[in-house]
Ligand binder design. Structure first.
Ligand code: TYD
Ligand code: MG
Length: 452
């Protein structure tokens, strides 16, 4: 019988019985690759031949092997939810050059070297050695292997039974039994599925590195996110040395936690007090900047919001947001126009979150609004003031989460004034003696008080 095949779009995994030049689903050109179909009959047959599964009682399941292995890197452990879970499959995604290989190699420093296997398909072993020399402290007993063939990789893991194995990267891994190029959706998916099986069977925790496409999705394999236990995203702007490790999915912990690192000559350094660093480059008394206390995971972070409002030379003025949601910016502009009667129609607007960080916290709204008005009026905000609050469509300042943690951080860093939602103020369970609190209820009134 002729093997039946189908065509799969490498971008969105749409399926077609025939090759298509342009994907009917996502519109990508030349994205279809052929793959073998396992029809339901063969699957049913295999199921019949295999021995039947046996259920067990929940109480008899052993828990001993779920003890977490600490990575020795506090920021990394925090994002993982307290350390590495044996037998888990973790995907570490990020742009090329952001520092994924560096992070993984640095993790090896604190693990048992004889029980840690670093497999690279990207670099030669000499290059790994050179990198390790540069990072210092990487034990020479670390097990390394330059390999791209997934069956050989699987064999090595089964033979060595390491506690932790690292595959750098999944895009270079390739199975002989699949007739498509390394990095294609089919290869990436099959290789990951095999690694998942091995991780679960051997109890080895496997980290796979994946490069991200320009669009920001893990190259091809959105599907990978469903397969693996944990998806970590390593982010950073080219112009900054800060790197942020974020959990996008975590079967064994919270997805809100972030880890912050600084990329220096000797590799990645943990940043235990990020607020101090994010604020350290702040210039005094410029208009168009406001400081907000945001929450990333369980950790408060003080960040500077910058806005530039300038007369526009175009009939279609520009609006640019970096590190902040563009639609949210448009909403804030609309509310300011409606509730404060400010005209933004003939000005270009740029909003930037300093430090190359991206904020999704709604508490940032009020700081963005204040920075916009400050820049427009060329009127600097008070230097010691923190501004936070969510803005609603009717111009109300809505309460925000984790208020006490934010206030504690603000007080710790020596700021003295805080503009915060009125609704939060009445619910405080402890006092902050060194802070002057300015309650905000309506955006118009609040801004009139602090900047207009
Ligand atoms: P790398 O870990 O190779 O990135 P990825 O695996 O995500 O592609 O990191 C590459 C960058 O990191 C490179 O631009 C050089 C920089 N780097 C340092 O600044 N210091 C170091 O100690 C190391 C090892 C790398
Ligand atoms: Mg790399």
């Amino acid at each position: 019988m002729k093997a039946r095949t189908r065509y799969v779009c490498q971008k969105c995994s749409a399926i077609s019985s025939r090759w298509q030049g342009k994907c009917h689903n996502c519109g990508e050109w030349d994205s279809f690759l052929e793959e073998l179909i396992q029809d339901s009959k063969t699957i049913a047959l295999k199921a019949k031949q295999s021995s039947s599964g046996i259920a067990t009682t929940l109480g008899s399941v052993e828990l001993s092997d779920t003890l977490r292995i600490p990575t020795g890197i506090g920021e990394f452990d925090r994002v993982l939810g307290g350390g590495i879970i044996p037998g888990s499959l973790v995907l570490v995604g990020g742009d090329p050059g952001v520092g994924k290989s560096t992070l993984m190699l640095q993790m090896c420093e604190h693990l048992v070297p004889e029980k840690t296997l670093y497999i690279t398909g990207e670099e030669s072993l000499q290059q790994i050695r050179l990198r390790a020399a540069r990072l210092q402290g990487i034990p020479s007993e670390l097990q390394v292997m330059a390999e791209t063939d997934i069956e050989s990789i699987a064999g090595a893991i089964k033979a060595l039974k390491p506690s932790v194995a690292i595959i750098d990267s999944i895009q270079t891994a390739r199975s002989e039994s699949i007739d498509s190029t390394a990095g294609s959706i089919t290869q990436v998916r099959e290789c990951t599925a095999l690694l998942m099986q091995i991780a679960k069977k051997t109890g080895t925790a496997i980290f796979i590195i994946g490069h991200v496409t320009k669009e920001g999705s893990l190259a091809g394999p959105k599907i990978l996110e469903h397969t693996v236990d944990t998806v970590l995203q390593f982010e950073g702007e080219k112009t900054y040395s800060y790197r942020i490790l974020r959990a996008i999915k975590n079967r064994f912990g919270s997805t809100n936690e972030i880890g912050i690192f600084d990329m220096v000559e000797q590799g990645l350094k943990e940043v235990p007090n990020p607020s101090e660093i994010f604020l350290s480059q702040r210039s005094d008394l410029e208009s168009g900047t406001a400081i907000v206390a945001t929450i990333e995971g369980t950790r408060p972070l003080l960040i500077e919001v910058q806005a530039l409002v300038t007369p526009s030379g175009y009939s279609n003025p520009q609006r640019t947001a970096t590190g902040f949601d563009y639609r949210r910016l448009q909403m804030i502009i609309a509310v300011l126009e409606k509730r404060l009667g400010i005209n933004f129609r003939e000005v270009d607007i740029f909003v930037n979150i300093a430090g190359g960080i991206t904020l999704n916290d709604p508490a940032v709204d009020l700081a963005v609004a204040a920075a916009l008005v400050s820049s427009l009026k060329d009127n600097p905000l008070e230097k010691d003031m923190i501004i936070m609050g969510e803005i609603g469509l009717t111009g109300e300042v809505r309460p925000i989460s984790s208020i006490e943690q934010r206030l504690a951080e603000i007080q710790k860093l020596g700021f003295t004034k805080v503009v915060l939602p009125k609704a939060n103020l009445s619910k405080l369970s402890r006092s902050f003696d060194h802070l002057t609190m300015i309650p905000a209820e309506r955006i118009a009134l609040a801004l009139a008080e602090i900047v207009l």
